[in-house]
Write a protein that binds this ligand. Structure first.
Ligand SMILES: Cc1ncc(C[n+]2csc(CCOP(=O)(O)OP(=O)(O)O)c2C)c(N)n1
Length: 278
C-alpha cells in the first residue's frame, strides 16, 4: 500500500496533467478533453510512480514502455511527458499547429512516445510484439497498453488478446479505460459488449478492476499485475469521462469538444479550486 504522502503527490500530479491538457486545448478549437481527463490518475501513477522511466534518456533500453492505443487521448500523455521534462513547456501552446512538435495523435518524433497510434485497435498488437521482443532480449522491463471501451469493438484487439495469452506474456499489462462513453454517445448504446471482464478472462488474461480515479487502487492493481505469472493482466479502470470539469463529465460533448471563453474560464477555475483540496 502506497503511503499518504506518495498518494497526495500523485494526486497533485494528476491535477497538473489535467491543467496541462486544458492549456493545450485552449479556446475555440476542438480537443480531446473527455478521454484524456479520464486517464489523468493512471498517467500520473504510471509515469511518476510505477514505470521505470529515465528522465535523462527517453530511449534508455531498460525502460518500461507505455502505448496509448486510444491515441486520440494523446494530450494526457503529452501532459505527462512535458512534466518529465522530455520537451520544453512552450510546446504545449503549439499543439496541433503546423510546426509544433505535438500533433493530434502520438508520433515517434515526440520523446517518450513509443508508437504511432490513433487508428483504434492496433496498440495491443504493438504491445504484444514489444513484450515478446523484451523477453527474447532478456530485458526484464514491462509493457503497458491503454485501450478505450469504445475501442473494444475493434477485432484486432481480440487477436492480440489471444496472442498475448498464447505467448504467456506476463510482462504485458493492459488497461481498459472504462469511461462508458465514446465519441458520439454511450458505448453500451453504440456497440454493446457485455461482461468485458469475463470475456478477457476467457481469452486467458488475469482481470482486475479498480477505481480509475483512486491512486492507491491503481498502484495496487499494477503491483498485483507484476506478481501474475504465465499470463498477461488487464486492469479495468472504472472512470468518468471528462473527470474534473463538472459540465464536461459524463457527456460525449467534450469527447473532442470546444471550450468557448466562458467555459474555459469555468473549467480552469474548477481545476484551480481542486488544488486547495489535495
Ligand atoms: C479505427 C478507427 N475508427 C474510428 C476512429 C475515430 N474515433 C476516434 S475516438 C473514437 C471513440 C473512441 O471511444 P473510446 O475507445 O471509448 O475512447 P474514450 O471514450 O476513452 O476517449 C472513435 C470512434 C479511430 N480513431 N480509429
Amino acid at each position: 500500500m502506497a503511503n499518504e504522502a506518495v498518494i497526495r503527490e500523485l494526486k497533485a500530479i494528476a491535477l497538473q496533467l489535467r491543467c496541462n491538457v486544458l492549456e493545450m486545448i485552449g479556446t475555440g478549437k476542438a480537443g480531446h478533453w473527455g478521454g484524456s481527463s479520464s486517464l489523468a490518475e493512471t498517467m500520473a501513477v504510471l509515469y511518476f510512480h510505477s514505470m521505470n522511466v529515465d528522465r535523462n534518456n527517453p530511449k534508455n533500453p531498460e525502460r518500461d514502455r507505455l502505448l496509448l492505443s486510444k491515441g486520440h487521448a494523446a494530450l494526457i500523455q503529452y501532459a505527462a511527458l512535458c512534466e518529465l521534462g522530455y520537451f520544453p513547456r512552450e510546446e504545449l501552446q503549439r499543439v496541433k499547429s503546423l510546426n509544433g512538435l505535438l500533433q493530434g495523435h502520438p508520433d515517434l518524433t515526440v520523446p517518450g512516445i513509443e508508437a504511432v497510434t490513433g487508428s483504434l485497435g492496433q496498440g495491443l498488437s504493438l504491445g504484444v510484439g514489444m513484450s515478446l521482443a523484451l523477453r527474447l532480449d532478456k530485458i526484464p522491463n514491462r509493457v503497458y497498453v491503454i485501450m478505450g471501451d469504445g475501442e473494444q469493438s475493434e477485432g484486432q484487439l481480440w487477436e492480440a488478446a489471444m496472442a498475448a495469452s498464447n505467448f504467456k506474456l506476463d510482462n504485458l499489462t493492459a488497461f481498459l479505460d472504462w469511461n462508458k462513453i465514446q465519441a458520439t454517445g454511450r458505448t453500451e448504446d453504440i456497440f454493446s459488449i457485455p461482461d468485458l471482464d469475463r470475456k478477457w478472462a476467457a481469452f486467458g488474461w488475469e482481470v482486475l478492476k479498480v477505481d480509475g480515479h483512486d491512486i492507491g487502487q491503481i498502484i495496487a492493481g499494477i503491483n498485483q499485475a507484476k506478481t501474475i505469472k504465465g499470463k498477461p493482466t488487464l486492469i479495468i479502470l472504472d472512470t468518468i469521462k471528462g473527470k474534473g470539469v463538472s459540465f464536461a463529465e459524463n457527456t460525449p460533448t467534450y469527447h473532442n469538444g470546444i471550450f468557448d471563453e466562458a467555459k474555459y474560464a469555468q473549467a480552469k477555475a474548477e481545476l484551480e479550486a481542486q488544488k486547495e483540496t489535495i
